[in-house]
Design a protein around this ligand. Structure first.
Ligand SMILES: Nc1nc2c(ncn2[C@@H]2O[C@H](COP(=O)(O)OP(=O)(O)O)[C@@H](O)[C@H]2O)c(=O)[nH]1
Ligand SMILES: [Mg+2]
Length: 352
């Protein structure tokens, strides 16, 4: 299938420590070359799995200890007022492991420290809940997502999805159409502007057929205007607009997309982003698509996300509300409104 060209994230994207380079010593006379190890030692049996696990655990504790000491020396805000309690420190590390920025992780920890009494801060479940609440409060979400909202201006409620190629726009349009129609009994119209590939139109046509909603194909601003008039004349409550994925570097096509969005003047423009992308790629997409217009963010492919902290960093940075998240390929099930508590739980290691 098409992908958005972003490298799948593998492993940590930033180092946990901030190792300082040592001052270079004046060159010393070269020591005699060490004797080659005897062949027998190279052929020594590999340590057993249990021993490896014990060693890994020891290394992990050591890294945590070093990180803690380093933080205390540097004296960031979260550590002021003394040593960070163990239970809170564990959650702090969890957030860092999910690649939440240190700044946000410290903000969370400070809030929790300020709200819990000393005896509460020793209790793992109390601390975890407090951290969950604090993280959830950092996520701006859209209360109207997935709810029945009447258009305020007599037009159908027009919702456009924009974003890079392969992130899941068409699939998400189909999920939304099915939910509006089947759950909310709304009359739905679909418009696709993705006419560059026949397969793209066919993909949405197939979904439209299964869900039982009309699909209009528009290849120009004039055709888009006409399609919107027909949706209004048909008495649609909601019109969902699918758009062609734009390469983030393709300025003329982004300009064309911006023109379509101005023509349609949607009530909501949702920028669709894949949670399999790195933070840098996500932020670049946000910047490019800001030329078009973005009101809300949809994160797709949470089932394939490597770290959820990045999503928090991005919504905070962009300061747009999170409307939906999608959690798999299945239409119409794998979509949910972007609930802050759910995302916070994922950030603390809960499974999808
Ligand atoms: N794992 C996963 N795959 C998804 C999700 N949403 C969409 N996809 C897949 O991503 C691929 C591209 O989706 P598509 O809707 O065509 O993307 P578009 O180019 O943005 O319209 C397809 O294989 C979809 O099945 C999701 O939430 N999770
Ligand atoms: Mg598409």
């Amino acid at each position: 299938m098409v992908t958005d060209g972003a490298p799948a994230v593998g492993g940590r994207r930033r180092s946990a420590g901030g190792g300082h380079a040592r001052a270079r010593a004046p060159p010393a006379p070269a020591p005699p070359a060490p004797a080659a190890p005897p062949l027998a030692s190279l052929a020594a049996p590999a340590p057993g799995t249990e021993q490896l696990a014990r060693e890994m655990h020891a290394v992990k504790r050591l890294v945590e200890q070093m990180l803690r000491q380093q933080r205390q020396r540097q004296g960031p805000a979260a550590f002021q007022g003394g040593d960070m309690p163990d239970k809170l420190f564990d959650q702090y590390l969890n957030l860092l492991k999910q690649e939440v920025t240190e700044e946000l992780a410290e903000e969370v920890v400070q809030q929790v420290r300020a709200t819990l009494r000393p005896e509460q801060i020793e209790q793992e479940s109390v601390v975890r809940h407090a951290v969950l609440d604090a993280v959830a409060r950092l996520i701006p979400t859209d209360d109207t997502a997935g709810k029945l909202v009447r258009s305020p201006d007599g037009r159908p409620r027009i919702i456009a999805l924009i974003g890079p190629t392969g992130v899941g726009k068409t699939t998400t349009v189909a999920k939304l159409a099915a939910n509006f129609k089947l759950k909310q009994r709304q009359s739905v119209g679909l418009i696709t502007l993705d006419t560059y590939r026949i397969a793209a139109v066919d993909q949405l046509r197939t979904y439209a057929g299964i869900i039982g909603v009309p699909l209009h194909v528009a290849a120009s601003a004039a055709e888009l205007g006409e399609a919107l008039r027909r949706c209004a004349a048909d008495g649609c409550d909601v019109v969902l607009m699918d758009t062609a994925g734009r390469s983030q570097r393709d300025d003329p096509r982004l300009e064309q997309l911006a023109g379509y969005v101005r023509t349609a003047n949607p009530h909501e423009v949702h920028l669709v982003l894949s949670s399999t992308c790195t933070q840098a790629v996500l932020l670049e997409a946000v910047e490019r698509f800001a030329k078009v217009r973005t009101d809300r963010i949809i994160f797709t492919k949470l089932d394939e996300a490597v770290s959820f902290g990045v999503l928090l960093n991005v919504v905070r940075k962009v300061n747009k509300r999170l409307s939906f998240v999608t959690t798999g390929q299945e239409v119409p099930h794998h979509i949910e409104p972007g609930r802050p508590d759910r995302l916070a739980a994922l950030m603390l290691g809960e499974r999808i």
